[in-house]
Design a binder for this molecule. Structure first.
Ligand SMILES: [Zn+2]
Length: 109
């Protein structure tokens, strides 16, 4: 098992996992259920992690993650509801889970 990715924001981790799933790469979550125990553990212990059972997949998985996190094509977008800034990899606002608007328009607000 190899640790592939970890992030404090579960939506980011879920998004990365979707990318890996779509590519047919097997992944395992760690800390998936530790969210309920916050207060007992330090915030870092509760970070959701993606582990790779088969290290053979690592180069491909790492490349997919890098591509997923790169948002050259798509600019960051601002949530219409709460105004938080979201990177292009997010389909939902990380803060309030509102869906990304179709037009990830320019800063005309
Ligand atoms: Zn929002």
């Amino acid at each position: 098992m190899k640790l592939l990715f970890s992030h404090e924001n579960r939506l980011v981790v879920g998004n990365i996992r979707n990318v890996l799933d779509a590519a047919g790469i097997d992944t395992v979550y760690r800390n998936e259920f530790s969210g309920g125990g916050i207060g007992e553990v330090s915030p870092f212990d509760a970070w959701l992690e993606i582990w790779l059972p088969s290290e053979v997949d690592y180069p491909r998985a790492a490349a997919l993650i890098a591509a997923a996190q790169q948002s050259d094509e798509s600019p960051d977008w601002h949530c219409r509801s709460c105004g938080e800034r979201n990177t292009a990899v997010f389909e939902l606002c990380w803060n309030c889970q509102l869906e990304r608007p179709d037009e990830a328009g320019a800063d005309d607000a």
